[in-house]
Design a protein around this ligand. Structure first.
Ligand SMILES: [Zn+2]
Length: 289
């Protein structure tokens, strides 16, 4: 796992001499600029340089100096070694098909928390979309970018998954007449029986704008939606092929898949290449307590 950082500032002449001697992948110009580095010796040197104790009247850091952790990338070896994976659904094409952008929570769920706004419990009613989705050949699994934790797929794919893993399907309704779609279904993915153990894991920080992880009313936890670490393990080990986390990450629950499920997708050509870095986040193994 390598962490990736950005450095931003209004760079001065005195910064350029230092920065441009580091072998960054771009030449830094005077003025407002940003550069990206992986966790490395270069990163350490930049941090060290701008963390020195300054002399009086001499500013160590340029105006607007900001260093941010952008995310992490995992190696093929780390992906091979993991037993569980969190999947990102980036197809995102489904946004155009919503019948209504604002009311999904009350339409699908019986209860929504008045404090944190997250739905409580399981989805009770099917999605109503404006029209059927035609691009399923390209994207066997589709969802909403950054929202919900829903997986839709072609009925033939869903049948295959149901046969192999016992994952049931929920119908999808189309248009004002709420006609049942013939080729699009939603996978009914069970909630994990266990919480995640985020102790010592960078995923365990609050979602941007929230002060707390835990909602005082509904007791649900909401973490950052950034990828900052290995995906946290469940509190206990259990058998699964695909489950939804009990926790929220921003406005969605994440899916956790077994290696068997990933391999099945690859073998059945549900994905053209094996799930590569950037698409799946390997889960760290359960800590024995
Ligand atoms: Zn709540």
């Amino acid at each position: 796992m390598k962490k990736q950082y950005s450095f931003f500032a209004e760079w001065r002449e005195q910064d350029l001499k230092f920065l441009n001697s580091l072998g960054l992948n771009k030449e830094i110009e005077p003025g407002v600029d940003i550069f990206y580095v992986e966790e490395s010796e270069i990163y350490d040197r930049v941090v060290e340089h701008y963390s020195r104790k300054g002399q009086l009247f001499k500013r160590i850091r340029p105006k607007g100096f900001d260093c941010e952790l952008l995310g992490v990338i995992f190696s093929e070896k780390e992906l091979d070694f993991a037993k569980g994976f969190s999947l990102s659904l980036g197809a995102g094409k489904l946004e155009d098909l919503w019948a209504d952008h604002g009311t999904w929570k009350t339409e699908l769920y019986d209860e929504v928390c008045p404090n944190c706004g997250r739905p409580i419990g399981e989805q009770k009613r099917p999605w109503v979309l404006k029209k059927d989705f035609k691009q399923l050949v390209k994207h066997p699994f589709v969802g909403f970018e950054g929202m919900g934790g829903f997986v839709f797929c072609d009925k033939t794919v869903a049948d295959l998954i149901q046969k192999e893993f016992g994952i049931r399907q929920m119908e999808v309704l189309i248009g004002q007449n709420e006609k049942v779609s013939e080729n699009l279904v939603q996978l009914t993915i069970p909630l994990s029986p266990y919480n995640l153990n985020v102790e010592g894991n960078d995923f365990g920080i609050p979602y941007e704008g929230n002060n707390e992880v835990l909602c005082a009313i509904c007791n649900q936890r909401t973490f950052t939606n950034q990828i900052l670490d290995f995906f946290p393990p469940f509190e206990k080990e259990f058998e699964y092929d695909i489950v939804l986390t009990r926790e929220w990450f921003g406005w969605y629950r994440r899916f956790v898949l077994s290696k068997r499920f990933l391999d099945f997708c690859f073998e059945n050509k549900l994905t053209k290449k094996r799930f590569g870095p950037g698409f799946v986040v390997p889960q760290s193994t359960v800590k024995q307590t």
